[in-house]
Write a protein that binds this ligand. Structure first.
Ligand code: PMP
Length: 383
């Protein structure tokens, strides 16, 4: 029987339309910086992708988009690049307790080199505490980084309100939109976003490309100096295949997002309703302000890793647990601890993230798999 893939927050299949589009560029030997025709063709493909990504997020101009090697690099560039470039104004940085490690770790690096780091808490649904955000900002804060939506619990943050608080004090807001892009509309101008992280694979594009939106006038410095590509902000020969694919993936996402999210919300809500019938099962994240494709839970008295392995081996269904991108760590998820779960509760988590290959007909098979898995594991559990 064909498997059911339910871990789109960790990795996504490349859309066949994206693959067909990007493959046209695989055999072009031209470097986008070269002036002969192959180089110019490569350059055109990159500028075409830049335009499509600018449209996806309503950037003021195409050149507000800078290509990188992925979301981790974009987050590092946004945080370190802004903090270091603006050090003259102050040495304070602010983030939330539920950010991805690719935000938290560069923040901690800055802390080690003398910056003051403030981590703003969230409530039990994962919503940022706006009053504490306000209290954390001072005239010395150079960058505030808060995610658009969380990849582990699906909660969508109040971006507009956050940006008003940050801008009232004349400061910069960076937003990691990796979990939200292509799922819900993102408008950097209307949302008041200064820097935005995007990833190709989270749009069904190839791995190995990402982007950062930088609002006109925002000053950052490169963290990867070299040959001066991408307006000098990200040196290195561009990954033509992945960037062309990312652009096409952004175009498709923009076109199809409305219909796709209605379809996935129906499936998500069916799954949540049926899975919560299991005794001692709980939804994590916000009950309504959550991503359309995201259903996340914790179950008492079992381990998330065992759920993941059982669902895969017995039912051919792939789910995630804890930190979706790094299930190899056995530490409880910092996100689940931040929303107030105890260590043993955080260990029993299961994350389902839906995608284009999923449909309503799969719901009974998934629910049966989860119910039987939880029952089986609880019988074996010493807890
Ligand atoms: N931010 C968020 C919210 C993520 O979920 C991820 C992982 N998909 C990343 C950043 C880092 O992405 P990557 O590992 O592709 O660089």
């Amino acid at each position: 029987m064909k498997g059911i893939y339910l871990d789109h927050a960790s990795a996504m299949p490349v859309d066949p339309r994206v693959l067909a589009f990007a493959s046209k560029h695989l055999n072009n030997p031209g470097n986008p910086s070269s002036l002969y025709s192959e180089g110019l063709e490569a350059k055109r493909a990159i500028e075409d992708a830049r335009g499509k990504i600018a449209e996806l997020v309503n950037a003021e101009r195409e050149h507000c988009i800078i290509f990188t090697g992925g979301a981790t690099e974009s987050n590092n560039l946004a945080i370190k690049g802004t903090a270091l470039r603006n050090m003259g104004k102050g040495k304070e940085v602010v983030t939330s307790a539920i950010e991805h490690m690719s935000v938290l770790n560069p923040m901690k690096d800055l802390q080690k080199s003398g910056f003051k780091l403030t981590v703003v808490p969230v409530d039990s649904t994962g919503m940022l505490d706006l009053e504490k955000l306000d209290d954390s900002l001072t005239k010395n804060t150079t960058v505030t980084s808060i995610m658009y939506a969380n990849n582990e619990i699906g909660t969508i943050e109040p971006i507009r309100e956050m940006s008003e608080i940050v801008h009232e004090k004349g400061l910069y807001l960076h937003v990691d939109a990796t979990a939200a892009e292509g799922r819900i509309p993102i408008d950097v101008q209307n949302g008041g976003i200064d820097l935005l992280t995007l990833s190709s694979n989270d749009l069904y594009g190839p791995q190995g490309a990402g982007a950062i939106y930088i609002k006109p006038g925002v000053k950052i410095q490169p963290i990867l100096p070299g040959g001066g590509q991408e307006r000098g902000l990200r040196s290195g020969t561009e990954n033509l295949f992945a960037i062309a694919g990312m652009g096409e993936a952004a175009r498709i996402a923009k076109d199809e997002m409305g219909e796709e999210s209605v379809r996935l919300v129906r499936m998500r809500d069916e799954l949540i309703k049926d899975i919560l019938e299991i005794e001692e099962s709980y939804l994590t994240g916000h009950p309504t302000k959550r991503l359309p494709h995201h259903a996340s839970f914790h179950f008492d008295r079992i381990e998330g890793e065992s759920i993941l392995l059982n669902m895969d081996s017995m039912y051919g269904i792939q789910v995630a647990t804890g930190s979706a991108c790094s299930s190899k760590t056995l530490e409880p998820s910092h996100v689940l601890l931040a929303v107030g779960l105890k260590h043993e509760e955080a260990h029993g988590s299961m994350v389902i993230t839906l995608g284009r290959s999923n449909n309503l007909e799969q719901v009974p098979r998934i629910v049966k798999g989860v119910k039987e898995t939880v029952e089986r594991l609880r019988k074996l559990s010493p807890l």
